[in-house]
Design a protein around this ligand. Structure first.
Ligand code: CP
Ligand code: NVA
Length: 309
């Protein structure tokens, strides 16, 4: 059966674990597997800007023996209105997988419905599951292995309604972690996603807490995470967001309240002095560069796993 990763819980907990183990193995040996030897093509499509996702999928697909066909959709016929379904049917006959960064979740669902090959969400307005696989793999690596994840507390503070918040909820719940979201009342996560995360957390031994209080969210947390206060596509609301998030900044006081030695995640790009201070992101508790490196290893693991199903 063709499998996709459109949202974090498209993998079961056991499957997520397999992918994470493989990600750690790929870091030790970048040539470990070559599932796209031939080379087979993999389409990597962008409706929004990207640095990390573009680089890590391009390099990763090449290291897997494949050919990364990277397209900005504005320069394709999609940019002139060709339908997602027609595009999916054409791509699916020529490439072994499709990776897409786009806007609405329904767009990538439609791509998956018609492609006939695995489709990977490289960020939508709702989720960023590849990033969470990288985050989990980086934390696991830094803490001695995938077994270290279950039972950890991750606190995400900032825009609780964005793709990263939603993916932390689902992805970290699958990993058996305790997830806390600290966000302003007007920027809370989607209620349906919170319910899904709570069900998964109950199955995996973790928990979900959503609060408007920064200190309640981060107190004693092992991992502190944040993200931009203005995501791609949210630019029109930038002025009404001003001042709403100041109390949720990750700074030295956040680290004083967190668990001793807490590690800090940020998917990047970061805005120093806004959602995170320079001393924290550039300081000794920051895991962000390993996290960014793990985009490569985690996505290679994911693609290897998907095409083997
Ligand atoms: N974190 C992340 O997805 O970065 P890019 O937007 O640069 O791809
Ligand atoms: N929430 C951010 C993540 C960027 C990688 C955005 O969607 O812009």
């Amino acid at each position: 059966m063709t499998r996709h990763l459109l949202r974090d819980d498209d993998l079961t907990a056991a499957e997520q674990r397999e992918v994470l183990e493989l990600a750690l193995a790929f870091r030790k040996d970048r040539q470990l597997r070559q599932p796209f030897a031939g080379p087979q093509g993999v389409a990597v499509l962008f409706d929004k800007p990207s640095t990390r996702t573009r680089v890590s999928f391009s390099v990763g697909i090449a290291e897997l023996g494949g050919y990364p066909l990277v397209l900005d959709t504005g320069s394709s016929q999609m940019g002139r209105g060709e339908s997602i379904a027609d595009t999916a049917k054409v791509l699916g006959r020529q490439v072994s997988a499709i990776v897409w960064r786009t806007f609405g979740q329904e767009r990538i669902e439609e791509m998956a419905e018609h492609a006939g090959v695995p489709v990977v969400n490289a960020l939508t307005d709702s989720f960023h599951p590849c990033q969470i696989l990288a985050d989990l793999a980086a934390v696991a690596d830094a803490r001695g292995g995938v077994d270290a994840l279950a039972g950890l507390t991750l606190a995400y503070v900032g825009d609780g309604a964005n793709n990263m918040a939603h993916s932390y909820l689902l992805g970290c719940a699958l990993a058996g972690m305790h997830v806390r979201i600290g966000a302003p009342a007007d920027y809370m996560p989607n209620e349906g996603i919170v319910l899904d995360a709570k069900r998964i957390a109950a199955e995996q031994g973790g928990s979900i807490t959503v609060t408007t209080d920064h200190d309640d969210a981060v107190a004693g947390a092992d991992i502190i995470a944040t993200d931009t206060w203005v995501s791609m596509g949210d630019e029109a609301s930038a002025s009404e967001r001003t001042g709403q998030f100041d109390a949720y900044q990750v700074n030295s006081r956040t680290l004083e309240i967190a668990a001793p030695g807490a590690q800090v995640l940020h998917c990047l790009p970061a805005y120093r002095g806004k959602e995170i201070t320079a001393d924290v992101i550039d300081g000794p508790q920051s895991l962000v560069w390993l996290e960014a490196e793990y985009r490569l290893h985690a996505q290679k693991a994911l693609l290897t796993w998907l095409v083997a199903q």
